[in-house]
Design a protein around this ligand. Structure first.
Ligand SMILES: C[S@@+](CC[C@H](N)C(=O)[O-])C[C@H]1O[C@@H](n2cnc3c(N)ncnc32)[C@H](O)[C@@H]1O
Length: 334
């Protein structure tokens, strides 16, 4: 029982070896009651009485999670020393340097290390155990935007991108939430209309603009954009020179253009049914064209995916698996 007289009460509070041992442990780590009991090598019932007294004094703080209670030295003591000005805080500050003199202290620290290692081990074991099932166990996000937002926040928020030959807006859709503005360009008004429908549903903080125009003469100002994507368009073009020069013109210094396209293939029917002017393109030729257009860094990257066009006249036929490639080209900085 703590005495009513404040001075005697505070002295008695810290005049108990078990309470000093508890404070020493709770200063090192936030511990559950069970962990604390194991580190002290005492029953939980013996420890609990002391915990109540220490919590009432303000030296210990409790945190409740589900059915567990966690304890740690009050942050006011840990961070600000005697900020609260209470005698108990001052007394603890004085005696804590002398704890090594307690015969039980070093054994407590050894047991504490073991308890913390076991906790770490059981947490690891938990995730090891559930890893295979995690995607089924983990709660779903309502819209799925949260993770993309977190990833997007790695990028500068002011970026402006262009989706050239945007078609129905697949690429632009992938850019939503990643930048301030996407400018969709296409020569087909109807394609632009479809892209507007696709991207208009959820802009995710990205403004989307639609401009009717040709890749040979882009409806974009000099140095208007930070990046360009041009997906599955080059194989429709009669020549690459002019469109790539235009890409360079509209990119800011240090900007990047990425084209995704088909590697050479033999599916001649794509000419008639999907309007392909070339049966794929050589990545090396595309990279060389970027270099001729004045881009300073040009890289070819393989794509771990396949294009699977379906013939409308033979729906049952297994579609061909056409190889894809990326070329990434950067403009020099001044
Ligand atoms: C196969 S779609 C690709 C659409 C989209 N980029 C994608 O990845 O799904 C090709 C688009 O390029 C557009 N296009 C073709 N030649 C063009 C040109 N010279 N200037 C502007 N757009 C062009 C077409 O109108 C069409 O919408």
């Amino acid at each position: 029982m703590i005495l009513n007289d404040p001075l005697a009460g505070q002295l008695k509070l810290l005049g108990d070896v078990t309470r000093l041992r508890i404070l020493a442990l709770c200063e090192r780590a936030e511990l559950s009651v069970g962990e604390l009991s194991r580190a002290l090598d005492m029953s939980q019932s013996r420890v609990s009485n002391h915990l109540r007294v220490l919590r009432d004094s303000g030296l210990l703080e409790e945190r409740h999670v589900g059915t567990s209670t966690f304890l740690q030295l009050s942050t006011a003591v840990a961070v600000n020393g005697s900020e609260r000005g209470s005698l108990a805080f001052e007394l603890w500050r004085t005696v804590r340097g002398e704890l090594a003199q307690l015969p039980e202290h070093s054994a407590d620290l050894v047991r504490l290390e073991r308890v913390l290692a076991e906790r770490d081990q059981s947490q690891r074991a938990f995730f090891e155990r559930v890893a295979g099932e995690w995607d089924k166990l983990a709660p779903e996000f309502a819209t799925g935007q949260a993770r993309q937002r977190a990833i997007a926040s790695l990028l500068p928020p002011s970026l402006v991108f262009a989706d050239l030959g945007c078609g129905t807006g697949y690429m632009a859709q992938g850019l939503l939430g990643l930048c301030a503005r996407v400018i969709c360009v296409d020569r087909s008004e109807r394609m632009l209309g479809r892209a507007r429908e696709r991207t208009g549903i959820a802009g995710r903080g990205t403004e989307v603009e639609f401009r009717h125009g040709e890749l040979d003469q882009l409806p974009l100002a000099n140095a208007e954009v930070d990046g360009i994507v041009c997906g599955m368009v080059l194989h429709h073009l009669p020549a690459l020179e002019r469109p790539l020069q235009e890409m360079r013109r509209v990119l800011k210094p240090g900007g990047t253009a990425v084209v995704l396209d088909l590697a050479p293939h033999r599916e001649a029917w794509l000419h008639d049914t999907l309007g392909h002017r070339h049966l794929g393109l050589s990545p090396v030729d595309v990279a060389a064209a970027f270099q001729r257009a004045g881009f300073s860094t040009v890289e070819i990257e393989p794509v771990d995916d396949r294009y699977q066009p379906r013939r409308s006249d033979s729906a049952d036929e297994t579609p061909p698996q056409l190889s894809l490639f990326l070329v990434r080209a950067r403009t020099g900085r001044p």
